[in-house]
Design a protein around this ligand. Structure first.
Ligand code: ATP
Length: 272
């Protein structure tokens, strides 16, 4: 579905992403993890075509990403950022309808005749009916993120790119958000690529993880393969304890408290 070869991006000579060879299969859910500044958002901007690579290629269904027209690419791929959408003074239903933009012809008519039913279905699925006439700037962050998800659902993409989508959500909305994406993937067979800081959510929901550090792919594979204490320690410089989720068996990362800090002469390292 997505294939990158030798993908790299440099800003003013500083490499944000280097030589990434990565293949995302149709219908897979990939999580991209790694410390701050490791190149996760850069990779998302390259995949979505917002920025051009400095080196290497990205192919989507075998075609170079730059060969897609703007609307054509929007029909293929939707992007949801961590802050969702700006809190503009538009009613919720209209915000969802904006997701149909890539399907409008030059007369502003939608390619789909039953677009009203499509939007109704999404409103129902995301339990947005009660908010239909409310304006986006009158909603909480969690509610806005649900509307943002509704908008990308209305876009009917085949690939969903999520950049830290749960950062501002409480645990209820985090779980609800991930469940809604999981359900959508199951129903529509979409491919999902999500930058996630929460390793435990990533382990529960993603099929595969790509681990980045300093712009390079440290490793890639299943959550069980990627979330080992050695790898988490070396990538994040923390002392983790990995336990299996008691219900699902997925690896879950617990942190140890740093007991004291050595003084500078001894290397200024955390001691656990
Ligand atoms: N527009 C830019 N101009 C210059 N440098 C940039 C730009 N965007 C990113 N970088 C640099 O590229 C590197 C990777 O940044 P990126 O935002 O991709 O990291 P990230 O893994 O998403 O980080 P975070 O977890 O903090 O969001 C960083 O060193 C960053 O400073």
């Amino acid at each position: 579905m997505i294939e990158t070869r030798g993908l790299g991006k440099a800003y003013d000579g500083v490499s944000a992403l280097r030589g990434l060879d990565w293949t995302v299969g149709e219908g897979e859910w990939w999580g991209i993890i790694g410390p701050n500044g490791s190149g996760k958002s850069t990779l998302m901007r390259l995949l979505s075509g917002v920025e051009r690579p400095s080196s290497g290629t990205i192919r989507i269904r075998g075609r170079h990403v730059e060969d897609y027209g703007r609307k054509e690419l929007s029909r293929m791929m939707a992007v949801l950022q961590q802050e969702g959408i700006m809190p503009v003074h538009y009613p919720v239903r209209e915000v969802l309808e904006m997701g149909r933009h890539p399907y409008l012809n030059w007369l502003g008519q939608d390619m789909r005749e039953d677009v009203g039913a499509l939007i109704d279905g999404i409103m129902e699925k995301l339990e947005l009916q009660g908010l239909a006439d409310r304006h986006l700037d009158e909603l909480s962050g969690g509610q806005r993120q649900r509307v943002a998800l509704g908008q990308v659902m209305a876009q009917e993409p085949q690939i969903l790119l999520l950049d830290e989508p749960t950062t501002f959500l409480d645990i209820h909305y985090q779980q609800q958000f991930m469940e809604l994406v999981a359900e959508w993937r199951k129903e529509a067979g979409i491919t999902v690529v999500a930058v996630l800081h929460d390793l435990n959510l990533a382990a529960l929901y993603c099929d595969k993880l790509l681990v980045l550090r300093d712009g390079r792919a440290v490793s890639m594979g299943t959550p069980e393969e990627m979330l080992t204490s050695e790898r988490i320690r070396s990538v994040y410089d923390v002392e983790p304890v990995i336990v299996a989720h008691p219900v699902y068996g997925a690896p879950q990362v617990l942190l140890s408290k740093a007991a004291l800090k050595r003084n500078k002469e001894e290397g200024n390292e955390w001691v656990f």
